[in-house]
Design a protein around this ligand. Structure first.
Ligand code: CA
Ligand code: CA
Length: 588
C-alpha cells in the first residue's frame, strides 16, 4: 500500500528536525524517577536516593532464571576502579567510566552510540583512584564531573560538548567524581580533596547553561555567594568565623563534599555529607570544626544551611561524614506517628536516624561490631561519647615532637561504610548496608599546609579484624536499632545496593559476583561472575514488559591504594571495566 502523502511529509519533517524525535528529560521525569519503572534518570533511582524499585517480575521465585543479555567493555588501556551507576532513558544507557570517560549505549543491545573521553591534564590529584560515580540527565543534556574538577555537559543524543565549567583548580588538590544531583533545573555538585586542605562546598548551577546560581561552603567561616542577574553577591557567611576553628585553619579546613548529595521534595532540602576536617592531626585544630564530618541540610532556593548534624565532631580518625542521607518514613514505636526521617550509615560505624525536618537525632546505634573510638552516641545531646585514649596522641606532647602515640582504632579510616550507597526498602522497612569490619594503627605527626600537597599529619596501617571476612551486607532495622541479618564477604564490600519489590537486594563483591539476596532473610538466591570486582551500585528498569538489571564491573577504588595489610590480602583481584545487563530467560 502506498504511504499517504501527508504522513510521509510528517516523517520527513521529523527526520530533518532530528532533535524533535529524541525525548528530553523534564523536571517531572526527575521528580518521579523512583516511581517510573521505564527509566532510571537519576543517581540513587530518585533524588531521595532510596535505591528501591517497585518492579517485581524478577523476584525470589524467578531470579534463578536471570541471565546476561549483553556486556560492553570500556576498552582502552586504562582500567582501574569503576564505581559508576548507569542511567537509562528513552532506550539509551549513559554510563561513566574511569579516567573521566562517558559512553552512550543502546540499552537493549549494548551497541555503542557515542563515547566522550575528557582530556585530563598531567598532575591531577584524586585521592582515591581515577573513578567516577555517574552522570546526571537534564533536558537534552548528560552532565558529569571530571577528575580535573570540571563539569561537562554533553548533548545526550550526539555526545557533543554543550558547556564546560571549571569547578576549581586541580593543582590545589581539587577533583570531582560524584554523580551530580538535579534539583529544580539546577545541577548541584560538590568537591573532592579533603586530603589536600581544599575548601569544601556545594555549588548549584543552571543545568542548561552551567552558570553559577549559588555556592555554599561547608567549612565554618567561609562566605557563600549567590548570582543575581549575573552579578556575584554575598550570601552570608557559613556559620561564624572562628567559632569552631582556631586561627586561620578554617581557610584550609577540608570538609569536602565528595560523595554527592540527595534531595527531599517533601522538606525542600538538599542533604550533603561532608568529609574530614583538614589536616587529620586533630591536635592542631581544637574545636568541633564545623561543618566537617556532618550532614548539612541546604535550602535549594536560597543556598543557605537550614540545619546540620555532626556525626564526628572534632574528627581525629578521618571519619568523613560523606555517607548518603536517605529520606524515609520512620514510624515512632512509642506514638505510632510517622516522622519524616533520614538514615545515614556513617563511616564512623554508627547508623544515625535523624528527623529530616530539623536535624534532631532520633536514634543511633552501631552497624559494625567493633567500634573503639566511642562508647556510643548520647541520644540526648546527639554527641559521641568518646574514648579519649583512642584518639591518636599529640606529637607535640612527645619527647621528640615528631610522632604522637599510636593507637589501634576501629573502624579503620576507610570506614564501617565508605562511598558505596545503601538502599532502603519500604516493604521490608530495612536498610541494606554494605559494611566492613576492619581497624587501623594510626598516629599523628606535625604538618603544615602546602598548596597541592597531602595535608594529613598522620600515618596509618589498615588491618583486618577477622581471618574469614571483612565485608558484610547487613539488613538494618532503623526503628529497633539492630542488625536483622548479615551476609559475610571475604574482601571488603565497596559497591552499592539495589532493593526491589520482588523482595530482593542486589549488590556486587570485589570477588566479581553480582548477587541477589532474599531481602527478608538475607539468603543468597542468585549470583553471577562478572569477570572483575564490582564496586558500583546496580540498577533496574523495564522495557517492553521485561525487567532488566545492570551493573558496572571493574575492581579498584580506595582499598588497593590505601588499604595497607588489607590491600595485600586482596591483591589477587584483577582489574576490569565493563557494564553487564541481565533479564529473565524467555521473560519468565
Ligand atoms: Ca524512573
Ligand atoms: Ca577523608
Amino acid at each position: 500500500m502506498k504511504k499517504p502523502f501527508a504522513l510521509s511529509l510528517i516523517a520527513a519533517a521529523l527526520m530533518v528536525a532530528g532533535s524533535v524525535q529524541a525525548k528530553e528529560v523534564t523536571d517531572a521525569d526527575i521528580s518521579n524517577d523512583a516511581k517510573t519503572t521505564g527509566d532510571v534518570v537519576h543517581f540513587g533511582l530518585g533524588q531521595q536516593g532510596q535505591r528501591y524499585s517497585t518492579l517485581d517480575k524478577i523476584n525470589t521465585k524467578t531470579v534463578k532464571n536471570l541471565v546476561p543479555v549483553w556486556s560492553f567493555s570500556f576498552g582502552g588501556e586504562k582500567q582501574r576502579g569503576q564505581e559508576s551507576q548507569p542511567l537509562v532513558f528513552d532506550g539509551k544507557m549513559y554510563v561513566t567510566a574511569s579516567y573521566s570517560r562517558i559512553f552512550a549505549l543502546d540499552a537493549k543491545t549494548g551497541k555503542k552510540l557515542w563515547k566522550y573521553e575528557h582530556r585530563l591534564p598531567e598532575g591531577i590529584m584524586p585521592c582515591c583512584d581515577v573513578i567516577n560515580r555517574g552522570a546526571a540527565l537534564y533536558d537534552n543534556l548528560v552532565i558529569f564531573a571530571t577528575l580535573d574538577a570540571q563539569l561537562v555537559a554533553l548533548n545526550k543524543d550526539t555526545g557533543k560538548v554543550v558547556w564546560k565549567e571549571k569547578i576549581d583548580d586541580y593543582a590545589a588538590g581539587y577533583s570531582a567524581s560524584a554523580a551530580p544531583l538535579i534539583v529544580k533545573g539546577m545541577v548541584v555538585t560538590g568537591v573532592s580533596g579533603g586530603e589536600f586542605g581544599v575548601e569544601g562546598r556545594l555549588e548549584a548551577r543552571d543545568a542548561k547553561t552551567g552558570k553559577l546560581i549559588w555556592i555554599r561552603p561547608t567549612v565554618e567561616g567561609h562566605m557563600g555567594y549567590k548570582w543575581v542577574n549575573g552579578e556575584k553577591t554575598d550570601n552570608g557567611i557559613s556559620g561564624t568565623l572562628n567559632a569552631t576553628w582556631t586561627g586561620d585553619l578554617w581557610k584550609t579546613g577540608g570538609a569536602a563534599t565528595w560523595n554527592g548529595a540527595t534531595y527531599d521534595p517533601e522538606t525542600n532540602l538538599i542533604f550533603v555529607g561532608t568529609g574530614n576536617p583538614s589536616p587529620w592531626n586533630s591536635h592542631l585544630r581544637p574545636g568541633d570544626n564545623l561543618f566537617s564530618s556532618a550532614t548539612v541540610a541546604i535550602n535549594p532556593d536560597t543556598g543557605k544551611i537550614v540545619w546540620h548534624y555532626q556525626t564526628t565532631p572534632h574528627d581525629g580518625w578521618d571519619f568523613d561524614g560523606v555517607n548518603e542521607f536517605v529520606s524515609f518514613d520512620y514510624k515512632d514505636p512509642k506514638t505510632g506517628k510517622i516522622i519524616k526521617a533520614g538514615g545515614k550509615a556513617d563511616r564512623n560505624g554508627f547508623f544515625f536516624v535523624i528527623d529530616r525536618t530539623n536535624g534532631k537525632l532520633i536514634n543511633a546505634f552501631p552497624f559494625v561490631k567493633d567500634i573503639t573510638w566511642a562508647k556510643g552516641i548520647d541520644l540526648n545531646t546527639g554527641r559521641p561519647i568518646y574514648n579519649d585514649d583512642n584518639r591518636p596522641g599529640n606529637p607535640a606532647a612527645g619527647e621528640d615532637g615528631k610522632k604522637g602515640k599510636t593507637v589501634f582504632a576501629a573502624p579503620s579510616f576507610l570506614g564501617g561504610k565508605n562511598q558505596m550507597q545503601m538502599a532502603y526498602n519500604p516493604k521490608t522497612g530495612l536498610f541494606y548496608v554494605p559494611a566492613n569490619e576492619w581497624g587501623m594503627d594510626i598516629w599523628n605527626e606535625p604538618v603544615s599546609y602546602k598548596r597541592g600537597a597531602a595535608y594529613l599529619g598522620a600515618g596509618f596501617t589498615i588491618k583486618a579484624l577477622h581471618d574469614d571476612y571483612i565485608g558484610a551486607l547487613r539488613a538494618v532495622d532503623p526503628v529497633a536499632g539492630k542488625i536483622v541479618w548479615e551476609n559475610k564477604n571475604f574482601a571488603p564490600l565497596w559497591g552499592g545496593v539495589l532493593t526491589t519489590a520482588g523482595n530482593l537486594s542486589f549488590y556486587g563483591t570485589p570477588e566479581g559476583y553480582l548477587k541477589a539476596l532474599d531481602a527478608k532473610t538475607g539468603k543468597e538466591v542468585w549470583s553471577f561472575q562478572t569477570g572483575s570486582g564490582v564496586v558500583a551500585p546496580p540498577i533496574t528498569w523495564e522495557e517492553g514488559g521485561e525487567q532488566y538489571v545492570a551493573v558496572v564491573s571493574g575492581w579498584g577504588g580506595a582499598v588497593p591504594l590505601w588499604g595497607g595489610d588489607v590491600a595485600r590480602r586482596v591483591n589477587f583481584l584483577e582489574q576490569g571495566g565493563s557494564v553487564w545487563v541481565f533479564k529473565l530467560h524467555n521473560g519468565k
